[in-house]
Design a protein around this ligand. Structure first.
Ligand code: AMP
Ligand code: MG
Length: 423
């Protein structure tokens, strides 16, 4: 018997680009990835309060209406609208009151009124409430100016969500307000995807793991791994630290084996181009599953895509700036799709530029950017791909189109805040 929870495996050649394709536009690369990738994580049943950040694997259906019964939206006096009219209304008050959690058990006769508080179920005979501030009372009678609007200041049963209705769709990632909705609708448990396990691996003979440790002049601290692990965490995935390996094919292969066993997808950084020291791509090519997507984008050299034991491997550039941009543009929607939340495109904003730049046609460019006090996008002074400080200086990216562009101050540009990438 086949297990219904095992998704169809990706074919070894799934990342192959059509023959003859040289530079792939960003949109086309995204479209291809979107077609190829699908949810891979299994599911589990969790109490709503433990499901923050999880993705619904099934629709969440209301077990109860919200509100469950018609009730008062204000503190005031309730009565039957049909027995009231224009001008000053004086209605005798019935004994007792209706409050939240303390329903009034009797009926209110037509032409009479009852003291009612916010959240109280409308007693039998009450369909309209007048606000306390619009009333005068001596304790025995209540007076107000008619006409009242029928059903004023009341909430219909199920006016928010009706029992049996889909409250949240499969694929939705649960945020704090969603937990309120689930609880209100009596949904105690939800079927969610298990967090996508994201393996992160750094490569390079020059890389040193521990920023607290010693580093020789030719060595640099591993900047990508903490960043990529933190991205995975921010994206509600389960980060799997695969550590750092030198530029040694056997060591890289051993770590990819481990990663394929412990993770659902692997992000590598470094060694992904086609040069002599690009051991990740050499290894993946030797295994026959590599496809180097030459994406028409700056920053970012080829994005290496491959399968290792059936697990997708995203070979990100080594430069931290390029690694981040490629992770935000490609890995984020890909991981979102694999995690079960569907493809995730960032929500951009059009803002005036605070900078000048001329670009040629043929590739998309991402610049480290932030908004100035007038809401215009300024960009980091250097476009150097090794300038990690620019990533911290920035609050997002400016995306310049594939076509040629001549940007001068005031020209609208597309700004993608880090928050639009879930950072
Ligand atoms: P590569 O893609 O391996 O050719 O690396 C490109 C550049 O990024 C080189 O200058 C590397 O030293 C640097 N680099 C690679 N991996 C990392 C890393 N994990 N942290 C910081 N810099 C890196
Ligand atoms: Mg390298």
């Amino acid at each position: 018997m086949t297990d219904p929870l095992i998704p169809p495996r990706l074919r070894d050649d799934c990342f192959a680009m059509p023959q003859g394709v040289s530079w792939v536009p960003v949109e086309e690369a995204l479209e291809r990835l979107r077609e190829i990738l699908q949810p891979v994580a299994g599911t589990e049943l969790l109490p709503g309060r433990d499901a923050l950040g999880r993705i619904l694997a099934e629709d969440a259906v209301a077990r109860r209406s919200n509100p469950p019964r018609a009730n008062s939206a204000v503190d005031g006096y309730g009565f039957a609208h049909a027995a009231t009219g224009e001008g000053v209304q004086r209605l005798p008050l019935v004994a007792g009151r209706a409050a939240a959690g303390q329903p009034f058990s009797g009926a209110v006769p037509p032409g009479q009124a009852i003291r009612i508080l916010t959240g109280a179920i409308l007693p039998e005979g009450v369909d309209t409430v007048v606000l306390e501030e619009d009333c005068a009372t001596d304790g025995a009678t209540v007076a107000f100016d008619g006409p009242a609007k029928p059903r004023a200041n009341t909430r219909r049963a199920g006016e928010d969500v009706a029992e049996g209705a889909v409250a949240l769709r499969a694929g939705h990632r649960l945020r704090p307000p969603d937990l309120a909705l689930l609880a209100a609708l009596g949904i105690a448990k939800v079927t969610v995807f298990r967090p996508l396990r994201v393996g992160v691996l750094s490569t390079g003979d020059e890389i040193v793991d521990d920023p607290g440790g010693a580093a020789a002049p030719h060595q640099i601290y591993d900047a990508n791994r903490p960043m990529l692990l933190a991205l995975a965490e921010r994206w509600d995935c389960a980060p799997v630290d695969l550590g750092h390996v030198p530029d040694d094919p056997a060591a890289i292969a051993a770590t990819l084996h481990r990663g394929a066993a412990e993770a659902d997808v692997i992000l590598t950084s470094g060694g992904a181009s086609a040069g002599d020291e690009d051991h990740v791509s050499a290894l993946l090519r030797a295994r026959g599953t590599l496809s180097s997507w030459r994406i028409a984008m700056k920053p970012g050299r080829p994005l290496a895509l491959a399968l290792w034991n059936g697990i997708p491997v995203f070979g990100l550039p080594g430069n931290p700036v390029a690694a981040l941009v490629c992770a935000l543009i490609f890995a984020r929607p890909a991981l979102s799709s694999m995690a079960g939340a569907g493809w995730a495109a960032p929500q951009g904003f059009t803002v005036p530029a605070a900078f000048s730049k001329r670009k040629k046609a043929g590739r998309r460019e991402y610049l480290r950017a932030r908004l100035d006090s007038e809401g215009r996008a300024e960009v980091f002074a250097s476009e150097g791909s090794g300038r990690i400080s620019g990533l911290s200086w920035a609050t997002g990216l400016v995306e310049l189109p594939d076509a040629a562009a001549e940007i001068t101050p005031g020209i609208p540009v597309r700004y993608l805040p880090y928050s639009s990438f879930g950072l």
